[in-house]
Design a protein around this ligand. Structure first.
Ligand SMILES: Cc1ncc(C[n+]2csc(CCOP(=O)(O)OP(=O)(O)O)c2C)c(N)n1
Ligand code: SF4
Length: 422
C-alpha cells in the first residue's frame, strides 16, 4: 500500500504544546489509515490559529472568513457532489460561535463534510477572549473572573440538528480512529476536540488540567450519534454546463510548443480590456491543447484603478493556480505598473513586456518596451500585448488567438489587422 503524506515536512505553526498540532497529526494519520490521496481531500479552514495549518497540508485547501468555513465547505460539498472526496472543515470554538447557524444548517441539510472543532475554549489568535464554548468558571485573559455561564454543548446541538456522526474527544494522544469514523460517515459529521491553549488558557488557569475542565464542565466525551447516513445529494442537471461558458466549446485545432507551464501576468487599468484579453489568451491556449487557468484581481471599485490577471498555460493539468513569480509580466498602464512592481521585483528571469510610455520597474527579467498604447489606444492595449507576446514567443500559434478574437464581438469594432502590426 502506498501511504501518502498529507503534511509537508515543515514545522507545524503552533505554540509549543498547542492541541492544534495534535489535530493536524491525527488528521493525517486518519486519512492515511483510509488510504486516501491528498488530491481527494479538500480542507476548508476558518480564521484563527488552527486555520494557519492549511499551508502545511498537501491536500487542496481553502481558507474561509471567520465563522464561515462550514458554509464554504457545504458549498464545496454540494458542488463536488462526490462522496469519495473528503471535505474537512477545521474551525475554532470562536468561529463555531460566530458561524453557529451555518453549523446547524449544514448538519440539518446533511452536507457531506466533516467539521473538526478545535475547542480550546477561547479565541486563541486574538489573545484569549471567551467564546460561547468557554465553560463556567474558566478564566481567560479578558475575563479574569471566569465565565459565569456554561458553554454550549455543541455535540448535543449538532446531534439534534440531524448529523450522521458526532463525537467529542479529549485532544491528547491518538484519536485518529474517531476521525476515521467521522471521515467515513455519509453526510454531516462532527468531531469536537477539547484542548487548552497553552499560551492563554493555561496562563489564565494555572495548574488546570484538560481532563479536569472537561469533567467540571459536564461535557460528555463520547459518541453522540453514529450511522444516521443522511446525505445531501445535489440535484444533477442532465446536461451540465461548462464552468467557463456554455457557448465556448473547446475544439482543439492547433498544437503547442510548451514542455512546461508558463504563467503570464497582465497588469493594466480598469476599462482597458485586461480581463477580456487574459480570457482570450486562456481560451486560445485551450484550443491549442493546453490547460489554462485565469484569475482576475481588481479593486472593489471595478471601474477605476488597476486591473490585473494571471493566466497559466500548461501542457499538464494545473493543480495550483497561484503564480507569485510570473514567467511573463505584461504592463500596459501606470495603474498596472504600480500594482505589478512587487511581482516585477520578484522575477529573476523571464520576460517583462512594458508599455513604452512607462518607467521600467526593478526586475531581474529581460525587459522589452513596446508602444502598445500609442499604436492601438489605451482600450485595446491589453489585447495588442497578447498578440505581440504570441507573435514573438510562439507558445502556440497566433492563429488560435485570431480565431477567438474573430468570434467575439470586439472584432466588429476593432479590426484584427490593427492587432497584427508588429
Ligand atoms: C468576522 C470576524 N470577527 C473577528 C475577527 C478577528 N479574529 C481573528 S482570529 C480570531 C479568533 C479566532 O479564535 P478561534 O476561532 O477560537 O480559533 P483559534 O485562534 O483559537 O484557533 C478573531 C476574533 C475576524 N477575523 N473576523
Ligand atoms: S495562541 Fe493558543 S491556540 Fe494559538 S497557537 Fe498558541 S497555543 Fe495554540
Amino acid at each position: 500500500m502506498n501511504i501518502k503524506p498529507f503534511l509537508t515536512e515543515a514545522e507545524l505553526p503552533f505554540c509549543k504544546g498547542c492541541g492544534h498540532s495534535s489535530v493536524a497529526q491525527n488528521t493525517e494519520k486518519a486519512l492515511q489509515k483510509m488510504n486516501l490521496d491528498p488530491l481527494d481531500v479538500i480542507l476548508v479552514t476558518d480564521i484563527g490559529c488552527h486555520g494557519i495549518i492549511d499551508k502545511n497540508f498537501l491536500s487542496h485547501t481553502v481558507h474561509g472568513l471567520h465563522g464561515r468555513a462550514v458554509a464554504l465547505a457545504g458549498g464545496v460539498a454540494a458542488g463536488v457532489n462526490n462522496s469519495d472526496k473528503k471535505i474537512i472543515t477545521f474551525i475554532g470554538d470562536g468561529g463555531a460561535t460566530i458561524g453557529m447557524q451555518h453549523l446547524i444548517g449544514a448538519a440539518h441539510m446533511g452536507f457531506n463534510i466533516t467539521v473538526v472543532i478545535h475547542n480550546n475554549m477561547l479565541y486563541g489568535m486574538t489573545g484569549g477572549q471567551p467564546s460561547e464554548f468557554t465553560p463556567c468558571g474558566f478564566k481567560t485573559p479578558t475575563l479574569p473572573e471566569g465565565s459565569a455561564k456554561a458553554g454550549y454543548d455543541i455535540c448535543e446541538i449538532i446531534a439534534s440538528a440531524g448529523a450522521s456522526y458526532v463525537q467529542r474527544v479529549a485532544g491528547v494522544g491518538d484519536y485518529s480512529d474517531s476521525l476515521v469514523n467521522a471521515f467515513s460517515a455519509k453526510g454531516f459529521s462532527l468531531v469536537e476536540v477539547m484542548e487548552i491553549c497553552p499560551s492563554y488558557g493555561v496562563k489564565s488557569n494555572p495548574g488546570m488540567k484538560l481532563s479536569k475542565v472537561i469533567e467540571d464542565s459536564g461535557l460528555a466525551v463520547k459518541v453522540f450519534v453514529d450511522g444516521r447516513d443522511k446525505e445531501y445529494v445535489t440535484p444533477i442537471d442532465s446536461s451540465p454546463k461548462s464552468l467557463i461558458s456554455d457557448k465556448f466549446n473547446v475544439d482543439v485545432k492547433y498544437s503547442h510548443n510548451l514542455s512546461k507551464p508558463v504563467s503570464i501576468m497582465m497588469s493594466g487599468s480598469a476599462g482597458e480590456g485586461v480581463q477580456s484579453a487574459a480570457e482570450f489568451l486562456a481560451k486560445a491556449a485551450m484550443t491549442a491543447g493546453l490547460h489554462a487557468t485565469k484569475k482576475g484581481s481588481y479593486p472593489v471599485t471595478v471601474g477605476v484603478g488597476f486591473s490585473a490577471s494571471e493566466v497559466i498555460i500548461s501542457p499538464e493539468p494545473i493543480l495550483y493556480t497561484g503564480s507569485p513569480v510570473p514567467d511573463v509580466l505584461i504592463i500596459t498602464s501606470v495603474d498596472g505598473l504600480n500594482y505589478a512592481k512587487a511581482a516585477a521585483a520578484r522575477m529573476k528571469g523571464g520576460l517583462l513586456l512594458v508599455d513604452e510610455s512607462l518607467d521600467v520597474p526593478q526586475t531581474g527579467a529581460k525587459v522589452v518596451k513596446f508602444p502598445f498604447r500609442e499604436r492601438v489606444g489605451a482600450r485595446n492595449s491589453a489585447f495588442y500585448s497578447i498578440f505581440w507576446y504570441l507573435n514573438n514567443n510562439n507558445p502556440f500559434p497566433i492563429e488560435a488567438l485570431k480565431d477567438i478574437f474573430m468570434n467575439n464581438k470586439i472584432s466588429e469594432k476593432v479590426k484584427i489587422e490593427t492587432m497584427l502590426q508588429f
